[in-house]
Write a protein that binds this ligand. Structure first.
Ligand SMILES: Nc1nc2c(c(=O)[nH]1)N[C@H]1C(S)=C(S)[C@@H](COP(=O)(O)OP(=O)(O)OC[C@H]3O[C@@H](n4cnc5c(=O)[nH]c(N)nc54)[C@H](O)[C@@H]3O)O[C@H]1N2
Ligand SMILES: Nc1nc2c(c(=O)[nH]1)N[C@H]1C(S)=C(S)[C@@H](COP(=O)(O)OP(=O)(O)OC[C@H]3O[C@@H](n4cnc5c(=O)[nH]c(N)nc54)[C@H](O)[C@@H]3O)O[C@H]1N2
Ligand SMILES: [Mo]
Length: 755
């Protein structure tokens, strides 16, 4: 057995590369397994340690050549003392806060070789590091929910699938529940249940409303009614639905009085007492493009049925992303069905396979991350700001903070040149530190922008234990492939560095990898009170933690008795108006949900020059940037470029045809992509998913199709400072002449090419 973020499987080297068979117990295995074919090849792999020539010859220091320089091959025996010396210098001269070890990223499944835990333990053993908080996934949603319901329960403990499948009559899905996304779960997923649960609900007679600019955000078999909303305007639509409920006496006054605070403020805003604008269907229709009559009708349907309001995480991965989450919750509160089986609110159903599967009780076998005495982590998506503006102040969740002075960046298990916005700016930011270290199995753009590149093994090249919070099994991840080239496990790399730096005992605790696996297993077994022993587990390949997801209803206890089970908010109630948030005085996130016009949407002045709204969503054919050169991802490319989808009318207006190589651009940058015409898109909207490996030409144009050259590097608001990468305004035109070759998977100058 083995495990990945997109499913468990068995694999063996075969005649045509790696032969992969999905785990037999998985009724709905992920097509992303189709990218593993390249795992047995050396394509795009880092074969040995490398050091950037400019850094080697001129020493550490800010350097605009990062990402354009050539590399010098090194032996492990030379690179380990070299890097150890540099770490010693930086810690001694600048202290631990000067080391950025946030190292955001998904890495691979597997609890011991979890790259971020490894790098955090290692840097912790050296005295600590500046870390990061929150995620690119749902930074705004989680921080907002902490304030308004006192926890992230709508994300981490939402009503589970069996309950929805049985009780929900109407699913109103803002952003849908994209089938492509349910295939993935952080830490692994052995049984994919999302599609099956939705099918069951449909069979029972549940109806679905999809509110999204893109039709395929819900499975076709669910027969959804599609409301092709203008991107970034969901809050306006939600406000108008709420307005109708209020106007027509359909709001549940009893629920709002007993379980919520601040509805009077929301009501005043809805009816126009606050700002003179009634948030009527006619008002919203002008903003969101959904006709007023349809808004009226939907509001009445919602009030007349057991209704689940669900919002994808994409809604909050955009400017003012706090608002649709808050307003979605407020809308559900007005329906009075929070805490009722099948009704209420969810945030992120379908975003990950685990959402709605319920949590397994008790601990999991995980590697302790160790201590980090350095406080004041940065909000994760503010990394370029931190590098570019050391010592400058910024606002975050009610605090005024100062960016640290970062001198060394250490990344292990993430790909910032995949996940961050405005990559041209990120390049400038990466020119600032004195040293950048990256561990990765592959020559990613982040590795290319490093000074020291250390080749990690891939998960198939090592033994590990797989487990995830919302999954049914603990998986024995058996080593399947020999190591490529001179790749080493991150653990071994850190152990060697720790030895050189005199902290071996603190880091390794004297254990080999195998001893660690047994140790983590035994510790888990004791605390979870399990009978199995390691050897039996290892040969069986799996341990079942449960057979089925539990039946759980969000806010059920709170509903039963809000005095005995108050929420962890200042009022103990759902805060539709938050005195805490209001007290921060942020005009970009005031005290109750509001419609705020983002700088980039189809109604903004900027749309005169860039009239298309880009949806840069998570990719259907891979996990982020991982295995972009794998078979399933490669098959989706158009003339070697990432597909950009567009409505045929928008294409015709530009004289474009299916299969054209096009240039997608705005003031921040440009990329090439391959055109796919599709009526699944609302007119005026184009979709270019994330994850094509960044491949900048001399002018910084990504010739492969990474949308993060186009997105804007700005926080959701001063409250959450979340990632806003989902949206940008762009224009699209035909690329004249022969497009340049894509070289993203070829090694950089000086490095050997894998086979
Ligand atoms: N425009 C835009 N941008 C976005 C988003 C968006 O919606 N729009 N979505 C955002 C979201 S939600 C997320 S979560 C981020 C994801 O961003 P990331 O998590 O950074 O993306 P991955 O491609 O998964 O990067 C993981 C890296 O770890 C490496 N790796 C795998 N296994 C190992 C290992 O064992 N050891 C080491 N050292 N490395 C390993 C992989 O090769 C890969 O380079 O992207 C964000 N970026
Ligand atoms: N196959 C695959 N699955 C994944 C991932 C992956 O890389 N590949 N990444 C995983 C990760 S880390 C995360 S965080 C989740 C992310 O989960 P989400 O954030 O939910 O995923 P996205 O695909 O970015 O966006 C979902 C859909 O929202 C719609 N949308 C965009 N903007 C708007 C808007 O303004 N209004 C409305 N109503 N809809 C909008 C888009 O059409 C898009 O397809 O996905 C996870 N699942
Ligand atoms: Mo994410």
């Amino acid at each position: 057995m083995h495990s990945s973020h997109f499913g468990a499987f068995t694999a063996a080297p075969g005649d045509d590369g790696l032969e992969v068979r999905p785990y037999a117990g998985d009724a709905d295995p992920s097509p992303l397994l189709g990218n593993l074919d390249v795992a047995a090849t050396g394509r795009a792999r880092v074969d040995r340690p490398y050091v950037r020539r400019g850094w080697l010859e001129d020493g550490p220091g800010p350097d605009p050549r990062r990402g354009r320089d050539e590399f010098v091959p090194m032996d492990w025996q030379d690179v380990v003392p070299l890097l150890a010396r540099e770490l010693r210098r930086v810690y001694a001269t600048h202290g631990p806060a000067a080391v950025f070890g946030g190292s955001y990223g998904w890495g691979s499944a597997g609890r011991f070789h979890h790259a971020q835990s490894q790098v955090h333990r290692f840097l912790g053993s050296l005295g600590g590091y500046t870390g990061s908080v929150e995620t690119y996934s749902l930074g705004a949603g989680r921080i907002l929910l902490q304030h308004v319901v006192g926890s992230d329960a709508p994300v981490s403990a939402p009503t589970t699938w069996p309950v929805l499948a049985e009780h929900t009559e109407l699913f109103v899905c803002f952003g849908g529940m994209p089938p492509k996304n349910g295939s993935v779960n952080s830490g692994g997923v052995t049984r994919h249940r999302t599609a099956g649960a939705l099918r069951e609900a449909r069979r029972r007679g549940a109806r679905f409303v999809l509110v999204s600019p893109i039709r395929d955000d819900l499975a076709g078999e669910l027969d959804a009614e599609w409301l092709p909303v203008v991107p970034a305007t969901d809050t306006a639509l939600m406000l108008a639905l709420a307005y109708v409920l209020e106007r027509d006496g359909l709001a549940d006054g009893e629920f709002l009085r007993r379980y919520c605070v601040g509805y009077d403020r929301v009501r005043a805003y809805l009816v126009g007492e606050e700002d003179g604008v009634a948030k009527s269907p006619a008002w919203a229709a002008q903003v969101c493009g959904v006709p007023a009559e349809e808004i009226e009708r939907l509001a009445h349907r919602m009030a007349g049925h057991r209704t689940l309001v669900t919002a994808t995480w994409s809604l909050q991965r955009a400017r003012y992303g706090e608002q649709p989450v808050w307003m979605g919750l407020a809308l559900a509160a007005m329906l009075g069905q929070l805490g009722v089986p099948g009704g209420g609110f969810g945030h992120g159903y379908g975003a990950l396979a685990g959402v709605g599967n319920g949590r397994v009780p008790g601990p999991l076998p995980t590697l302790p991350r160790g201590r980090n005495p350095v406080g004041a982590p940065i909000p994760v998506a503010r990394v370029a700001d931190a590098l570019l503006h050391p010592g400058e102040p910024y606002e975050f969740d009610g605090e005024r903070r100062t960016y640290p002075d970062l001198r060394l960046v250490y990344w292990c298990g993430g790909n910032p040149f995949h996940h961050h916005q405005d990559l041209t700016r990120l390049r400038r930011a990466f020119a600032r530190p004195e040293t950048v270290v990256v561990h990765d199995p592959f020559w990613t753009a982040s590795a290319r922008h490093a000074d020291v590149v250390l080749p990690s093994t891939i998960t198939l090249e090592r033994d590990d234990i797989g487990a995830a919070r919302e999954d049914d099994l603990v998986v024995a991840m058996h080593r399947t492939l020999p190591r490529y080239g001179e790749a080493r496990d991150d653990y071994e790399i850190f152990a060697a560095l720790a030895g050189e730096l005199g902290v071996a005992d603190a880091f390794t605790e004297g254990r080999t990898t195998e001893q660690w696996l047994r140790h983590l297993f035994d510790r888990w077994r004791r605390s979870a009170d399990r009978p199995e022993d390691f050897d039996a587990f290892w040969s069986a390949g799996e341990i079942a933690l449960r057979a089925e997801p539990p039946r759980h209803v969000l806010f059920e206890r709170f509903r039963a008795d809000p005095d005995a089970h108050p929420l962890r908010t200042p009022s103990g109630r759902i805060e539709l108006w938050s005195s805490t948030v209001a007290g921060f005085g942020y005009d970009d996130c005031p005290g109750h949900p509001v419609w705020l016009e983002p700088e980039e949407w189809l109604g903004a002045p900027a749309a005169a020059r860039y009239p298309l709204h880009l949806v840069a969503n998570n990719p259907a054919t891979r996990l982020h940037s991982q295995l972009d050169h794998g078979g399933y991802s490669a098959a989706s490319k158009v003339r070697g470029r990432e597909p950009v989808r567009m409505h045929p009318d928008d294409a015709a207006a530009r004289g474009l045809r299916d299969g054209d190589v096009v240039r997608v651009f705005n003031d921040r940058g440009a990329c090439l992509a391959g055109l796919v015409c599709s009526t699944a898109l609302r007119r005026g909207v184009v979709q270019l998913s994330t994850g094509a490996w960044y491949d900048p030409d001399a002018d910084g144009v990504c010739v492969h199709g990474n949308p993060n050259v186009l997105t804007r590097d700005v926080g959701t608001s001063r409250l959450a400072q979340g990632c806003t990468g989902q949206h940008a305004l762009v224009q699209v035109e035909r690329y004249p002449g022969d497009p340049p070759p894509v070289t993203a998977y070829d090694p950089p100058p000086g490095a050997a090419s894998g086979t």
